[in-house]
Unconditional design. Structure first.
Length: 256
């Protein structure tokens, strides 16, 4: 989701983001298989968490993502300049749209998953939601992918040398990673589309009565089954979840 452009970020925030770009780039230079495996279901979140922060669309901008988490007080560097969770029992909810428009989409996913593992050990959590740009990519709609995003996908798929620089090979690599049942699609399948913590409901776009009537847990399960490439009893693949991402009244696209 992308609304009207907001005000320019304060100079301090811009400087912080610039300073993190170099170290941030290291998250996206490794092949996918040894560094990012499908995220297993996380333990239930507390019904009334202690500190709670939200992070909006980061769109593959790893430096700005790190800067936002530092400003929230949940991330710092250790002596090796690796990211360390400093939020204790805090909960961070990233509202989806980590994909598209930036060059370090997988790097952002890897960072947030690593922080979630650290946070869970301290009693906290980092939860990513699925937004409309996650659904676009699993559908094979790459219109918003940057050249750097295609290169990152090729590197994550293990392509090297001339193969990694071939546009056709980059496209094939991204399709293999993001299509239903692919490694990144399965990773995204572990994200909720709607998250309820206490009396607060989180979604990328918005909820309508029809979504609640259908059932939020059922809606999450439908999205997950589609992204995983699950088979239905009749042998067909699980279809895209229309109420979640099918039109302007869906959870991921709703602007009402």
């Amino acid at each position: 989701m992308r609304g009207p452009e907001g005000p320019t970020s304060p100079p301090a925030a811009r400087a912080r983001a610039t300073a993190t770009t170099t170290r941030a780039s290291s998250f996206s230079t490794h092949p996918l298989s040894p560094t990012l495996s499908p995220h297993s279901p996380s333990p239930p979140l507390p019904s009334l968490p202690p500190p709670l922060s939200t992070v909006g669309d980061v769109h593959g901008d790893l430096g700005k993502c790190i800067a936002a988490l530092e400003i929230a007080g949940v991330l710092a560097e250790d002596e090796r300049r690796s990211p360390v969770w400093t939020g204790g029992d805090a909960t961070v909810v990233q509202l989806g749209d980590v994909l598209d428009r930036g060059d370090n989409e997988i790097g952002v996913i890897m960072l947030l998953r690593d922080l979630d593992r650290q946070a869970r050990a301290a009693g906290g959590a980092v939860v990513m939601l699925n937004g409309n740009h996650e659904s676009l990519n699993v559908c094979g709609d790459f219109r918003y992918v940057t050249p750097g995003g295609f290169r990152e996908a090729a590197a994550a798929a293990g392509l090297r040398g001339d193969r990694a620089s071939s546009l056709d090979a980059q496209l094939r690599a991204r399709l293999a990673l993001y299509s239903p049942g692919g490694p990144i699609a399965r990773e995204l399948a572990s994200n909720p589309t709607v998250l309820v913590i206490g009396a607060t409901v989180f979604a990328h776009g918005g909820l309508l009565p029809a979504h609640v009537t259908y059932g939020l847990a059922r809606l999450n399960a439908d999205v997950a089954a589609w992204m995983r490439g699950d088979r239905l009893p009749d042998g067909a693949h699980a279809p895209p979840a229309f109420l979640a991402m099918g039109d302007a009244s869906s959870v991921m696209w709703n602007r009402a």
